[in-house]
Design a protein around this ligand. Structure first.
Ligand code: BG6
Ligand code: MG
Length: 218
């Protein structure tokens, strides 16, 4: 395959923001009487803000009007933003910087493909914005993963065929989105959870461009 584009999910691939999402949802849960545990948080990976709220309400057996839901999601986001504005470059996951440098030197385009509306804030905080040729985030797409829109848009805006793109994702919904976009899907995390992916890596600490080129289809 003629590799021209690498698309990265943000939360859980480039930085570990899942812990901040968790803290903010837990805090919201406490204010409305819903106990939210760390294992519940797995269900929120890759999922949009409003869908995450629905899952929290489902856990607590609560029903809310759309207006109330908008207010609750806003409260969660305010807390989440408080956490992420404290982030710095030390929170970039191991090996990510070296890998991005390798891609850049090889002339491979780099795009972000994230569901988060806070993606730009996070990239700024961890000083990664300049690495990205394109940022496609939750403000730009209307259909959430597993819809392929977020990845397909990266390829079309950069005028690159989907078949020349590879996606790095830590969520099942993201792997499905990458496959539906006809891209190579690389799971980052647990090989059982991400079994649908073409290939699964544990992270970038011992994974570089040469490893990627070895596993890509001919
Ligand atoms: C995804 C996260 O990247 O973004 C989800 O994995 C999160 O947990 C979603 O809900 C939306 O993020 P935000 O920052 O717009 O609330
Ligand atoms: Mg993710």
């Amino acid at each position: 395959m003629d590799l021209q584009l690498a698309i990265f999910d943000l939360d859980g691939v480039v930085v570990d923001t899942a812990k901040y999402h968790y803290l903010a949802w837990k805090r919201l849960g406490e204010t409305i009487g819903i106990a939210f545990h760390e294992e519940d948080n797995e269900r929120l990976k890759g999922v949009s803000r409003m869908r995450s709220l629905d899952i929290l309400l489902e856990i607590g057996g609560q029903k809310r009007t759309d207006e109330e839901k908008a207010r609750l999601a806003e409260a969660k986001n305010t807390w989440y933003v408080e956490y992420i504005t404290q982030m710095d470059a030390s929170e970039i996951l191991p090996g990510v910087l070296d890998f991005l440098d390798e891609l850049k030197s090889a002339g491979i385009k780099i795009s972000l493909g994230s569901a988060s509306k806070n993606a730009r804030t996070i990239l700024e905080r961890v000083e990664l914005t300049d690495y990205f040729d394109l940022i496609v985030d939750g403000n730009l797409v209307s259909k959430a993963k597993p819809d392929p829109e977020v990845f397909a848009l990266s390829a079309s805006l950069l005028d690159i065929a989907p078949q020349s793109a590879v996606v790095f994702e830590d969520a099942q919904a993201g792997i499905e989105a990458a496959l539906r976009a006809q891209m190579v899907a690389i799971g980052v995390g647990d090989e059982h959870t991400l079994a649908q992916a073409h290939y699964v890596i544990t992270g970038f600490a011992s994974f570089g461009l040469q490893d990627l080129l070895r596993i890509l289809p001919a």
